[in-house]
Design a protein around this ligand. Structure first.
Ligand SMILES: CC(C)=CCC/C(C)=C/COP(=O)(O)O
Length: 282
């Protein structure tokens, strides 16, 4: 018989006592395949039978393969995982369920017949204010019109930031492939094919990144700075109110846009760097 100390340490380490070939108890880990001499004995040994019964269903079905067999029936691995959900899995599913429910409730401008449907045209104006085309066109125009080197530098970097945002959001949408909410009407102007996907909100990333950019590089009076922040927040909210996005798409979009501005600062194109690059190309 194992001593109480051995028994408690076995419980802690996930091992179980088994009668070995010489009548003495041996410890095997429940996480590992038992040695062959124990496997042979398990068919008749009541202790081994109890151990098999106490194993989790997914482990009993086998752990290393992509499909598992139960009485000849093949189960895909996802089904096995659903039977044995982890805490993280449960937390994520709950968050997604809350997200879906909240996004549906908040989509009050999703169509003209919705409870705030009369506000839809205003929300669509806010949408246009955060669209990529006006921002790209505005930055290109300011770059062209700017007669100071400092102004040109800022506008060139804003253009670079906007293109970087489109690329990063496009890649992220193509990888995640989350569908837009069912209530969304796909009536946005000038979209790429990846804009059929929802996560993250491109308007939210652009709004957060551009707001940080403007606050850092334009000398603005305090009321205007507040206005920039309010605009960015409103662009994000309008995505959910229009039924275009889930709440988590917008929340993640804000975080991603905030982080993208750090990237822009790291990649900042200075006139000296541009001159040396052009010189190297010539
Ligand atoms: C055509 C250009 C230059 C940009 C597309 C901008 C756009 C339509 C993004 C989608 O935003 P959401 O992901 O917030 O719906």
């Amino acid at each position: 018989m194992p001593s109480p100390k051995a028994r408690s340490s076995a419980a802690r380490s996930g091992s179980a006592p088994c009668a070995g070939g010489n009548g003495r108890y041996e410890f095997i880990s429940l996480n590992r395949t038992p040695p062959p001499h124990l496997l042979q004995r398990q068919g008749s040994d009541p202790t081994a039978a109890r151990l098999r019964a106490s194993e989790s269903p997914s482990r009993r079905r086998g752990s290393g393969s992509s499909t598992s067999s139960t009485g000849g029936q093949q189960l895909p691995e996802e089904d096995c995982m659903k039977l044995n959900p982890s805490i993280v899995g449960i937390a994520l599913s709950s968050l997604l369920a809350i997200d879906l429910w909240l996004s549906k409730r908040l989509g009050v401008c999703a169509c003209e017949d919705a409870s705030w449907g009369s506000m839809r045209p205003l929300m669509k104006l806010v949408e246009i204010s955060g669209h990529g085309i006006p921002w790209l066109a505005g930055a290109a125009y300011c770059l062209y019109k700017s007669d100071s080197a400092a102004g040109q530098e800022v506008m060139l970097n804003l253009l670079m930031a906007l293109v970087l945002d489109l690329v990063l959001v496009g890649v992220m949408k193509a990888v995640v492939r989350r569908r837009r909410p069912a209530q969304n009407r796909m009536d946005m102007f000038a979209t790429f094919s990846v804009d059929g996907y929802s996560f993250p909100s491109g308007h939210a990333t652009r709004a957060a990144m551009c707001a940080r950019f403007l606050l850092a590089h334009l000398v603005l009076a305090a009321p205007l700075r507040v206005l920039v922040l309010l605009w960015a927040t409103f662009v994000g909210f309008s995505r959910v109110l229009l039924g275009r996005h889930h709440v988590t798409d917008v929340a993640f979009g804000f975080l991603m846009g905030y982080w993208q501005y750090n990237l822009v600062e790291m990649l900042w194109l200075s006139p000296a760097m541009l001159q040396s690059t052009i010189g190297q190309l010539q």
